[in-house]
Design a binder for this molecule. Structure first.
Ligand code: FAD
Length: 425
């Protein structure tokens, strides 16, 4: 089914119809999830030319969600995160440059200059450079060990610290922070989450869901300190670490984890003069302001009609779908990538999913409650569902997605009534 997308004004990006040149070489910078999907898609679409995959990590393309869940808890090995089996990766016949950084794009000469001194020419270049964990520039940040969680190495370094009796302070009550807190708690650690804002995940979920998450973490024995700015860190006399809060209190920790967001790796694009706005600006064909350079995944910012504004989507689904879209677009296929945002998080066995972008202007309708095992909050404009979010309600949320995409008015009483199957709406 084709979703009816809301109309929004297009971003000023390259014109269509630039004279097509033959494509011999496609270079992909970044071998995370989006880069991996872009490479696979090029071959699936029949591209027989040269694919060069440049990745500053040493791992083949892989997915990150398990790094804060099964890999961090020790239930899965890092190799399980790989996007492709080794044989399938080899079969792509891509020239993979592990551990090599793309340092500069020479747009005039159409080549990428690498950290090992090589210059790789391209006909099309796809930037899938993702982002890196944000650091905290406060006094003492260089005096104590501070963990972040983005890479396989980060997860492997943090996992041994999550042990019974160990105090873990997680700075940041967003998704990564909460997932680390849940995993640490499940491994028996004593966990405190410190969040500057007045509620959890304030940037991405409505207050009702923040409250739900807070209650969930409390119920599992995790302490959550809200509205608490971190002033600095210090080494305690016993060799442990101190987290100094703005209210004057001090938390002593064996391990400190920063989960305070992501900085998009858009320097390469910015230095090449591509339009950037908190990430690399792309159109619905994944093209940057240079039509021979495309971008996908966490680094890309695009006008999203479902949100009515530009968004950088940090999600598994987007990394996959936009990686695919960018590869198809690079080959000249008609691509119109304007996704309905979808994100999920797993904490203590609870699965939360979000479709669309809820705003305070929406009317909220609730279906189910915690006593019924899970619930969904629908966000409506008039009688049309615009967004839906809920814990342990994957099935209802799949139907909710259809309602959002169809943009048809719904009967609000029936929507709220658990006796009416979602399939009948
Ligand atoms: C711990 C964790 C848990 C997550 N859990 C969920 C979840 O539950 N649900 C969900 O929807 N999403 C989740 N996400 C988000 C999801 O994993 C990301 O959106 C996705 O990985 C983005 O893929 P990407 O390819 O755009 O970027 P990345 O996976 O970050 O890949 C970018 C790659 O480019 C490399 N690179 C950057 N610059 C250069 C350069 N100049 N030269 C060479 N290489 C370069 C980077 O080192 C990296 O390897 C999670 C993310 C993390 C970190």
């Amino acid at each position: 089914m084709t979703a009816k997308r809301p109309e929004v004004a297009a971003a000023a990006l390259p014109d269509e119809g630039a004279a097509a040149r033959p494509i011999h070489t496609i270079v992909i910078v970044g071998t995370g999830q989006a880069g991996g999907w872009a490479a696979q898609t090029l071959r699936r679409e029949g591209f027989t030319g040269r694919i060069v995959l440049i990745g500053d990590e040493v791992h083949p393309p892989h997915e990150r969600p398990p790094l804060s869940k099964a890999v961090l808890s020790g239930a899965a090995q890092p190799e399980t995160t790989r996007l492709m089996k080794p044989e399938a990766f080899d079969a792509l016949g891509a020239q993979w440059r592990p551990g090599v950084q793309a340092r500069r794009i020479d747009r005039a000469a159409r080549q990428v200059l690498l950290s090992d001194g090589e210059a790789v020419p391209y006909d099309k270049l796809i930037l899938c450079t993702g982002g890196r964990a944000r650091r905290l520039a406060v006094p003492g940040a260089d005096q104590v060990p501070l963990h972040t969680l983005r890479t396989v190495e980060d997860a492997m370094a943090l996992a041994p610290a999550l042990m019974p009796g160990r105090r873990v302070v997680v700075v940041g009550g967003g998704w990564i922070g909460l997932e680390v807190a849940a995993t640490a708690r499940q491994r028996g650690a004593d966990v405190v989450v410190v969040e500057t804002q007045g509620r959890l995940c304030e940037r991405t979920v409505p207050a009702a869901i923040s409250e739900y998450l807070l209650a969930l973490h409390h119920s599992q024995g995790t302490r959550v300190v809200l509205g608490a700015g971190v002033l600095g860190f210090a080494r305690a006399a016993d060799g442990r670490s101190e987290v100094r809060l703005a209210d004057g209190s001090v938390l002593v920790a064996d391990t400190i984890v920063l989960g305070i967001g992501l900085v998009p790796n858009d320097e390469l694009a910015r230095e090449a003069g591509l339009a950037c706005e908190g990430g690399v600006l792309v159109d619905a064909r994944c093209r940057t302001s240079d039509p021979d350079i495309l971008a996908a995944g966490d680094v890309a910012v695009a006008l999203n009609p479902w949100a009515g504004r530009r968004l950088r989507l940090e999600s598994w689904q987007n990394a996959q779908d936009q990686g695919i879209a960018a590869a198809r677009s690079a080959l000249g296929h008609a691509v119109d990538y304007q996704p309905l945002p979808w994100f999920w998080s797993d904490q203590y066995g609870m699965n939360l999913q979000i479709y669309g972008v809820p705003t305070p202007a929406h009317r909220v309708v609730q279906r189910g409650d915690q006593a019924s095992g899970g619930f969904v909050l629908f966000y409506l404009a008039g009688d049309v569902v615009q967004a839906a979010i809920g814990p342990n309600a994957a099935r209802d949320l799949r139907f909710a997605r259809r309602l959002i995409e169809q943009r048809r008015p719904v009967n609000v009483e029936r929507l709220a009534d658990l006796g009416t199957p979602m399939s009948k709406l």
